[in-house]
Design a protein. Structure first.
Length: 78
């Protein structure tokens, strides 16, 4: 039998519910007393904790001398 949680409960306990679903437990979220969605793990999920397809990016900021302007201000120039 699936563990059922209201939308409000799921919102408050999302990390826990994700862990439970990833461990193979059937987790159902209800709305207005009726089942709405079922959480289940996706295929391709890495066991290291990172989802497949996650990537990083680098933000390169030109040096003031190269840009021919004043120094880059992190507070206003991004």
């Amino acid at each position: 039998m699936a563990a059922e949680f209201t939308a409000d409960e799921a919102r408050a306990r999302l990390d826990e519910l994700l862990d439970r679903a990833e461990a193979g437990e059937e987790v159902v979220i209800t709305r207005f007393g009726a089942p709405s969605v079922r959480l289940q793990p996706t295929t391709g999920r890495s066991r290291t904790g990172f989802a497949a397809g996650v990537f990083t990016g680098v933000w390169a900021v030109p040096l003031a001398a190269e840009a021919g302007q004043e120094a880059f201000d992190m507070g206003t120039d991004y």
